[in-house]
Design a protein around this ligand. Structure first.
Ligand code: SAH
Length: 589
């Protein structure tokens, strides 16, 4: 009978988080080899397996014993917590095998069974801190020169990785974590969120969310993983979250906002804002001590600070902070960073003092504290009107001002200019544009009403219907980008017949075209489904068509495909359009 060598990662420690394959492999094994604590963690899964744990502190000895037993024909499981391939036994087992000249073809069978590593289990308990590029660094310098570890911490800090520190501290190794913090403070704000998880999914599980400046004031030991956020990680309602992208993008593409525009900027609706913190601080504290007096009076456990630097600013701490380590306390650094951010925002030292003291006093322990107000790319389409195609010079100037130095303006084939600008406050961007009489609509999979200029307003009879459609349907979220073209006469020179829904106003009534194929080499006009629709019927009819498309189409299904698939819309039948024979293009279809 041939033996087999399993190297099994059994996850963080609870049976709920062991994989099925790991359970099977443990069951299948005759011998379990592992550190006593690990064997104890999986004891409930064992039946009559022989256990080799005690008296074997040396990992190499354990790996060699495992190989020996497997070669003698036994099924052996070497167990590691988390994943066996992450600072576990997998590498060592292979090293022992390689040393003996083992090959997969002729040697004993080896199966590495993956498990949930601490970076994943601790990450899940903290919220979603990993999300973006991340790395693991073990602070154990028993087998790795400290100089190399320090270089890796430095590189990871510089490159803005989220960092999971394994083996952060033991009874003897206490300085490494202090050094790691010092190095990282050269690159990251003292307010950077840090999660400390001890015994994830085990009996004595303990979770703390703190900051880079404050992390050493918490218990960190051998059973702890420390996760350091990147420059855009923030804390919200007790969860540590790293955004998926560095610049979160948001558009106006929801027709129903939970808060009305004037409500959105109120401090109570922005509990993460500095204003809210200052207000709460002032209310809670009355004439409390100023910031200068706060450090020595602050309680040992401090909540997470409320503000950090914006994403695009350099996250190096002020020059020299690293070398000032002896003089400045972490709290001083945090206060300095807060002050620096506030100065940039034009907030006075008193305001900062109130906010910082509020933080220090612990009054906001249960308040959602966002550490970071992300700067997002705000995006919207701008046009001078539904029929009007002319921008005034003043509107152009307002638009240029809205874009500022960092924004961009893109001219599209659809009578719109797309404005993209980084901001944490879209209202500030949109208000002046609206005041200048510009129409703002969302971009993306939304409905655009695209009218002609009605011969510069001469043929104005259809304009009210275009405007009503814009008002009722413009910007509505759709399964796919959708355009309604409205042209004021039979010339249809703005090509309404080429849009998803085309309306041509002729002899006081509307002709309706549905389902143009608007893109691709097989593009075609819409099906002319009706002529002479009474003007008072047109808006409700289009609303019904749009409503059906919106509710019945598959996500991303273009309007013409949808019309073709369902075959009928408001009594109008789809008609097959002859598809010309075209040779396939080199790429695409
Ligand atoms: N193979 C393991 C890591 C072993 S190194 C894995 O993939 O998770 C040991 C270190 O792992 C500990 O010092 C600690 O930093 C981390 N660790 C392992 N299990 C943990 C748990 N349940 N909770 C928190 N940290 C854990």
């Amino acid at each position: 009978m041939s033996g087999k060598l399993f190297v099994i990662g059994f996850g963080p420690g609870s049976f709920d988080h062991i994989t099925k394959r790991a359970r099977e492999a443990i069951e299948e094994s005759e011998i379990i080899i592992g550190y006593t604590t690990y064997v104890d963690l999986i004891r409930g899964l064992l039946t009559d397996q022989e256990i080799v744990s005690t008296g074997m502190t040396e990992e190499v000895t354990r790996a060699r014993e495992a190989v020996r037993q497997a070669e003698a024909g036994k099924k052996v499981a070497v167990i590691s917590s988390g994943d066996a391939g992450v600072y576990g036994m997998a590498g060592l087992v292979y090293e022992v095998l390689v040393e003996q000249g083992w090959t997969a073809a002729e040697g004993v069978e080896v199966e590495i069974v993956p498990g949930i590593s601490a970076i994943n289990s601790c990450g899940a308990l903290l919220g979603a801190p990993i999300m973006h590029d991340a790395c693991t660094i073990s602070l154990s310098d028993h087998l790795t020169p400290w100089e190399l570890i320090a270089r890796r911490i430095d590189a990871a800090g510089m490159a803005d990785f989220v960092i999971a520190l394994y083996n952060p501290r033991s009874g003897r190794r206490t300085r490494q974590i202090v050094e790691a913090q010092r190095i990282l403070l050269q690159y990251r704000s003292p307010d950077t969120p840090v999660g400390i998880v001890k015994s994830a999914y085990r009996e004595r599980e303990h979770i703390v969310i703190t900051t880079l400046a404050d992390m050493l004031n918490h218990d960190i030991g051998m059973l702890t993983t420390v996760i350091i956020g990147n420059s855009s990680t923030f804390v919200y309602d007790g969860k540590m979250i790293t955004p998926r992208g560095y610049q979160r993008k948001y558009t106006l593409n929801s027709d129903e906002q939970a808060l009305k525009p004037h409500q959105r900027l109120r401090p109570e609706n922005e509990p993460w804002s500095l204003e809210a913190a200052a207000l709460q601080g002032a209310a809670a504290l009355g004439d409390s001590p100023s910031l200068a007096a706060a450090p020595q009076e602050r309680p040992a456990s401090k909540p997470v600070n409320s503000v950090s630097a914006p994403v695009d600013s350099a996250h190096r701490a002020p020059a020299g902070t690293g070398t000032q380590a002896a003089a400045a306390t972490p709290y001083d650094w945090a206060a300095q960073a807060l002050q620096a951010v506030n100065e940039a925002k034009g907030i006075t030292a008193e305001g900062t003092a109130a906010a910082a003291t509020a933080v220090a006093s612990g009054t906001q322990l249960h308040r959602p504290a966002a550490v970071f107000v992300p700067e997002m790319i705000f995006e919207c389409a701008v046009s001078p009107g539904v029929a009007n195609k002319k921008f005034t010079p003043l509107q152009m100037m307002t638009l240029a001002q809205a874009a500022g130095e960092k924004g961009e303006l893109e001219y599209t084939p659809h009578h719109q200019i797309i404005l993209r600008v980084p901001t944490s406050n879209p209202e500030e961007v949109t208000a002046p544009l609206r005041e200048a009489g510009l129409i703002l609509t969302p971009v993306g999979d939304v409905l655009q009403v695209k009218a002609c200029d009605f011969c510069d307003g001469e043929k104005k009879d259809a304009i009210p219907y275009a405007e009503e459609l814009q008002q009722k349907l413009g910007g509505l979220e759709m399964p796919k980008e959708t355009r309604i073209g409205i042209n004021g006469c039979g010339m249809a020179c703005y090509r309404a017949v080429q849009e998803d829904i085309g309306l041509v106003f002729r002899k006081g009534k509307f002709d309706l075209f549905l389902g143009a194929k608007t893109v691709g080499r097989t593009a075609h006009s819409g099906v002319p489904v009706a002529e002479g629709i009474e003007p008072d019927k047109i808006v409700p009819l289009i609303e019904r068509i749009v409503a059906r498309y919106k509710s019945e189409a598959f996500p991303n299904e273009r309007f013409h495909k949808f019309f073709q698939r369902i075959g009928e819309l408001e009594g109008y039948a789809w008609q097959e359009v002859p598809i010309p024979k075209i040779e396939n293009a080199v790429c695409g279809d």
